[in-house]
Ligand binder design. Structure first.
Ligand code: NAI
Length: 303
């Protein structure tokens, strides 16, 4: 295929001062994009702030001959999001690409989790994506072009002990993608979501060193670049990725069982009797939008 290039494109990468985001910013710039390197520069649990994280990545990009500008706002406020987008518009005149990547962890088992851990994790991951993407989306819509990549997690898609706040926030990003893909469709705005596994300060103490060696963040970067490029025409898709493995994940709807007729009450015993059929995933498929689920009611709606 022809080279994936980003000449003339303006990209925002949130949380680009370290880990995965840094690799996206470097790679986008290397292929011609002008990049806003956003990073609050805090610690893994979201405390503190420092300009140096974003500045170092901007220096790296500039030294390699690329174009970048730093932004130190938190994604977690409306003002921060607006300012991140303003940074792109002031420096590059527009926004074509948003990579919602900034993230923190505040792990605790569900019974121990308190409001601060819940609120902060939801604020950075989920509200943060809203705060940055909404002002960017308005510009993309005017320009008739946009590529948005959200970051979920296997923890959100499949579950993980001790991460109720993170699991909920990360699955929320899938819901946001579903909406953005639909609302962006007629403006050539594509939104997709990745679920990466990579060595970073978020994972350095939860996986053994020999595994971490294979999970370089750079192995996630090509998928993000492809999804952020003009070559990508897919939207509303979720991808697992790690160490060179790339795989689709989907929320699907199964045909299930038609037990009632839309008129009579159904007993819980009938649910039990039909349990195997309700549980059967044969013929399950993804839906373009919620309205398509009515197709499964077929005979019920026509009778
Ligand atoms: P990281 O900790 O190396 O990088 C995250 C960056 O986000 C940091 O530089 C941090 O300063 C920045 N950040 C945090 N809060 C911010 C805020 N309010 N505003 C702006 N920047 C902020 O972590 P990593 O591993 O690179 O994670 C990147 C994304 O990938 C996160 O959303 C994370 O949840 C997700 N992810 C990572 C996985 C992994 O295996 N590393 C697994 C699944 C998801």
């Amino acid at each position: 295929m022809t080279d994936i290039r980003f000449d003339g494109r303006a990209a925002i990468v949130t949380g680009a001062g370290a880990g995965l985001g840094r690799t996206y910013a470097l790679a986008l710039a290397e292929r011609g994009a002008s990049v806003v390197v956003n990073d609050l520069g805090g610690s893994r649990d979201g405390t503190g702030a420092s300009a140096s994280a974003a500045d170092l990545v901007v220096d790296e990009i500039k030294q390699a001959g690329g174009q970048a500008v730093a932004n130190y706002d938190s994604v977690a406020t409306m003002e921060g999001g607006a300012n991140i987008v303003k940074t792109a518009v002031d420096a590059f005149g527009k926004v074509d690409i948003v990579i919602n990547n900034a993230g923190i962890l505040r792990d605790k088992s569900f019974v121990k989790i308190g409001e601060p851990e819940w609120d902060l994790v939801l604020a950075v991951h989920l509200k943060g994506a809203f705060c940055v993407t909404q002002p960017a989306f308005k510009i993309m819509r005017e320009n008739g072009y946009g590529r948005i990549v959200n970051t979920t997690s296997g923890a959100g898609l499949y579950g993980n002990f001790g991460q109720s706040n993170y699991c909920a926030a990360k699955m929320g990003l899938v819901g946001l993608m579903n909406n953005l893909a639909i609302e962006g469709a007629k403006y050539n705005i594509k939104c997709n979501t990745i679920a990466p596994i990579a060595a970073s300060r978020l994972t350095e103490d939860i996986m053994p060193p020999n595994l971490l060696e294979k999970l370089q963040p750079e192995f996630i970067t090509p998928l993000v670049l492809y999804l952020a490029s003009e070559a990508n025409t897919d939207s509303k898709k979720i991808f697992n990725c790690a160490a060179g493995w790339f795989s689709r994940a989907e929320v699907v709807c199964a045909p299930g069982a038609i037990i009632g007729d839309g008129k009579r009450e159904i007993s819980p015993e009938e649910i039990g009797e039909n349990w195997a059929k309700i549980m059967d995933m044969d013929g399950a498929k993804p839906l373009g939008a919620v309205g398509e689920s009515f197709a499964f009611l077929g005979p019920l709606l026509s009778s």
